[in-house]
Design a protein around this ligand. Structure first.
Ligand SMILES: [Cu+2]
Length: 292
């Protein structure tokens, strides 16, 4: 250790590691730590990451978080281990707080730094683009004409946000509008998210869905719930005084339970359904409808 060595710009005394040896020693420590820590992060931390695995979109997000966290682990270790290494090895004796010689224009170091940064960013951008396309928008709203759509049958469910509640319309079940959200398990759902007044955001946390709810916009988000459970629904866009109270719970249920529930909703809301405007992908906000 150099803590007792006098500060000097000269070559290190005999027995002290040179700059090259420091580099080799530090790289060895970093590589060993990364090789041990990265799989541990992926194996033990990955499975408990939010938002859980209650849908295809949510499970995809857990995978993406695990991949990015695993990629970030060696970077974090590089920074933390270097700090510790520097404190231990390059600390100056008390009372001798002298600055070392200035370092300028190290072409090798700069090239390696820029190259590694570029490789990391390009890798992440490519991975993210691929995953977004593969996951039909990865649980986020893709606007009225999504670039990629799942094949096969889909259950359309319209999410209507307004200050300060969500209601849900099922166009394939007579356009009934309910105050609760129920979805059948293992069915591809096509959310059509819109708003009647200001901007909101439909966030079904455990399903991994977060889609902007904007007036006069049909924002489509796909999700396939894979677990029977209760999930939270929050508004995720500051939308006025009671934004914080704009939440409720949705339920993923079995297909027969869903059919029973929606039939019940159709019966219960029949008098209201008759009064509703015809099902539409978007609705004009009230002041616009009145021509103000
Ligand atoms: Cu809100």
């Amino acid at each position: 250790m150099s803590s007792s060595a006098p500060p000097s710009d000269a070559a290190p005394p005999a027995g002290e590691p040179s700059g090259r040896n420091h580099l080799r020693r530090f790289l060895t420590i970093w590589i060993v730590a990364s090789v041990i820590a990265t799989p541990l992060v992926a194996i033990f931390l990955g499975p408990i990451l939010p938002p859980g695995k209650a849908s295809d979109a949510a499970a995809g997000q857990v995978t993406d978080f695990t991949v990015t966290l695993s990629l970030a682990t060696p970077v974090l270790l590089l920074v933390v281990l270097y700090l510790i290494y520097a404190i231990v090895n390059f600390r100056q004796p008390q009372g001798a707080a002298l600055e070392g010689p200035a370092l300028r224009g190290h072409v090798g170091l700069q090239t390696v730094w820029i190259l590694i940064s570029c490789v990391l960013i390009i890798t992440l951008a490519t991975y993210a683009t691929f995953r977004l396309e593969q996951g039909y928008g990865a649980g986020s709203g893709s606007g009225p004409t999504p670039l990629t759509k799942p094949s096969g049958p889909k259950l359309p469910v319209q999410v209507i946000a307004q200050q300060w509640a969500f209601t849900y319309r099922y166009p394939t079940y007579g356009g009934v509008e309910t105050t609760h959200l129920e979805l059948p398990v293992n069915t591809m759902v096509e959310f059509h998210v819109t708003s009647l007044d200001v901007i909101h955001s439909f966030w079904a946390y455990q399903l991994g869905v977060k889609a902007d709810a904007n007036p006069n916009v049909d924002n489509i988000a796909f999700v396939k719930p894979t677990k029977i459970e209760t999930f939270e629904v929050h508004c995720a866009e500051l939308c006025g005084l009671w934004h914080g109270a704009m939440f409720d719970h949705g339920h993923v249920v079995s297909r027969p339970a869903f059919e029973r529930w929606i039939a019940e909703q159709q019966r219960f809301f029949a008098p209201v359904t008759k009064q509703l405007p015809k099902y539409s992908r978007t609705y004009l906000p009230e002041p616009l409808r009145r021509g103000e």
